[in-house]
Design a binder for this molecule. Structure first.
Ligand code: ATP
Length: 624
């Protein structure tokens, strides 16, 4: 199948997903990884394979890496989400494998894995003639085409493509193809592990070593790749730069560029002003209002266009037609390109004040027409990261602010600077915190102002940015975003819906979800009904291999990880029945008196509060 993507150029990255590597070879590796539990062994299996295919043709690496990490391109490229529904896949498997839909459905009830069902159905199906074996390039391009296929006949086109591939599948190929179509590879290969394997393979290639590179060197290389990826979150560009310039030179070649959203810097929670003062003792620091809206990365491209990206790198420009670059850039003949870090907040034009986050979330996400806008948005800028071809992230915050103020002009109710105050006086800070809440903000962001420690650290949750959220000062200092892993049937008034949920955090090292509480408080009846309807389709017959839980806390229903709850907790305690951070403490950390705040749909499940964050929150609490 010829792909239109092959000839496209996006942000200078040439698309050419050529790879003649047989798809069955990748599937063989998936199968091996699925059967292996040692992380080191998994790294070896994957890196040897990646090295081997790179030797044949380095370009093989790009589609293969994407298949390994279960993605079809960079997050900021639209239309690349697969996650095809079970209904469509069951129908397609049934039609292409000659099994009745009823049979497929009942097998699915029994084993809960469509991939396995496709494998079984294919293996007993006689084939009249043998189609050409699938290649990695072909599968990858087809997956991209299926994901981006839209419009009237898209369903038919998708089914046709899937059927064509299924017919060419042999053995375990059908299993992994179906799982990839569902965006659920389920082989226990965390992205971090895949990245280590990729780094190792690239090193082996670069140094032509017959010996294995040391783990230390591999980790250094992985860090280089991660750092580059934070500035340019596109594996294709990063891999190509590695191949061209060498991994250790990546920082010189993979730098911020307008049109590619970088991963934003994040903050650490704090519980009290005194904690901020302790942490920043001996440093100059500054406080800004913490606005309660949506992160907005504003890019001005060389061609004069503006783009606004969300926290996750989604292009949100059409959502904000009222924001015009010509209104707030002081001189467009001087400023040709820039990247600003901002928060977009709902704004009451008549009362000239900020509206709550809930109001912002009522705005349409697509096809927003200026004339239909009821809730206006004001952009509050707090940082500048790039200006006229120069990355500014390694300048101090004081210098960055100066540049921001020099090249932009605030416009009331459309583009303003985050309100700031530079003081280390406890009373003044307390007053500023109170005032921020009166002005409809969540609290303060406190940031180092001078020197290296005030550099902008893409993607990092840094100790140089502290958040002080007024509402959470009595708890652990922040709310947590946890993944729904299971549920308990409701009783009494809640009969007919789920009455409680089992939640877990995400361990970024292992790719596992570790349970940390059962929650049943904070839900309205409507919310429970909504959750029942939303979660029911993702119910599974048993837990996933990547769920770490105690058998005494098993829920009635297990779910695929699809949804995050933002949760408030009184405090954290060690518990024998929960598993968050258990590898570190022996016992797990759990939330006491958790309370549901809202659904977090702007974060993916891998962006749930991490085990590492929970460990840090617990340690901070017990050292008080
Ligand atoms: P996480 O839990 O991952 O830190 P979150 O999305 O839950 O992130 P918060 O913890 O509430 O967010 O705080 C960080 C967010 O605050 C930033 O991502 C940004 O969108 C917002 N924000 C508002 N005002 C500022 C500011 N002055 N400086 C930096 N970020 C700000």
């Amino acid at each position: 199948v010829k792909s239109s993507a092959s000839s496209q150029t996006v942000n200078g990255a040439k698309k050419a997903y050529f790879s003649t590597i047989p798809y069955r070879d990748v599937c063989r590796i998936f199968q091996e990884v699925e059967a292996t539990s040692s992380r080191l062994a998994i790294i070896k299996i994957c890196s040897d394979f990646l090295y081997h295919i790179m030797k044949k043709n380095a370009q093989n690496l790009i589609p293969t890496t994407y298949l390994f990490i279960n993605r079809l391109g960079p997050d900021y490229e639209p239309g690349l989400e697969l996650g095809l529904g079970e209904g469509l896949l069951m129908k397609t498997i049934s039609e292409s494998c000659g099994k009745s839909l009823a049979h497929i459905r009942s097998r699915y009830q029994e084993i809960g894995d469509l991939g396995q069902i496709a494998l079984e159905a294919r293996s007993v199906q006689p084939t009249m003639f043998k189609p050409q074996p699938l290649t990695v390039g072909e599968v990858f391009e087809n997956l991209r085409n299926i994901a981006s296929s839209q419009g009237k006949d898209s369903q038919t086109r998708k089914i046709k493509l899937i059927k064509r591939m299924l017919t060419a599948c042999e053995g375990v190929e059908a299993k992994f193809l179906i799982r990839s179509l569902q965006s659920k590879l389920r082989i226990g290969l965390a992205e971090k592990t895949a990245l280590i394997a990729l780094s190792k393979a690239l090193l082996m290639n670069e140094y032509e070593n017959t010996e294995e590179p040391s783990m230390e060197l591999v980790e250094q290389a992985e860090q280089k790749i991660r750092d580059a990826f934070c500035q340019v979150p596109n594996y294709e560009i990063v891999i190509n730069a590695c191949l061209e310039y060498g991994i250790m030179e990546l920082d010189k070649h993979c730098r911020l560029r307008p049109g590619i959203p970088l991963k934003p810097m994040l903050a650490k929670p704090t519980k009290a002003i005194s904690e901020v003062l302790d942490r920043f003792q001996g440093h100059t620091f500054t406080s800004e209002y913490k606005y309660d809206g949506e992160r907005a990365q504003v890019h001005l491209l060389e061609d004069g266009t503006m783009r606004i990206y969300s926290r996750n790198g989604e292009n949100m420009t059409e959502r904000y037609p009222e924001i015009k670059i010509t209104d707030f850039v002081s001189d467009l003949s001087v400023t040709k390109s820039m990247i600003l870090d901002c928060e977009a907040v709902a704004w009451d034009k008549d009362l000239k004040k900020i509206l709550p986050f809930q109001v912002l979330s009522t705005r349409k996400r697509k096809d927003v027409e200026l004339k239909d806008i009821k809730v206006r948005v004001c952009i509050f800028a707090f940082d500048i990261l790039y200006h006229n071809g120069e990355g500014l992230i390694n300048k101090s915050l004081r210098e960055r602010r100066e540049i921001l103020h020099k090249i932009t002009n605030p416009v009331d109710g459309e583009f303003q600077y985050a309100v700031e105050m530079t003081t280390s006086n406890l009373d003044e800070l307390q007053k500023f915190l109170d005032q921020s809440v009166k002005d409809s903000c969540e609290g303060l962001m406190v940031k180092t102002l001078d020197g290296e420690e005030s550099h902008y650290e893409p993607s990092k949750r840094s100790r140089n940015w502290l958040k002080l959220k007024k509402d959470y000062l009595n708890g652990v200092g922040d709310s947590l975003d946890l993944c729904v892993l299971g549920s308990y049937y409701g009783r009494g008034k809640r009969t007919g819906t789920y009455g409680g949920f089992l939640l877990g955090c995400y361990n970024q090292d292992t790719g596992e979800f570790e349970t940390c509480c059962k929650i049943g408080t904070g839900f309205s009846d409507e919310m429970l009904q909504y959750l029942y309807d939303t979660l029911k389709p993702s119910a599974m017959d048993g837990p996933k291999a990547t769920y770490v839980f105690d058998s005494t806390a098993e829920p009635d229903v297990w779910f695929e990880p699809t949804l995050l709850f933002e949760v408030l907790t009184a405090d954290l305690s060690l518990s024998p029945i929960y598993k968050a951070g258990a590898a570190y403490f022996d016992k797990g950390v759990s939330l006491r008196f958790p309370r549901f705040l809202r659904i977090r749909d702007d974060k993916s499940v891998e962006e749930a509060t991490s085990s590492q964050q929970i460990i840090e929150l617990y340690e901070k609490q017990s050292h008080q």
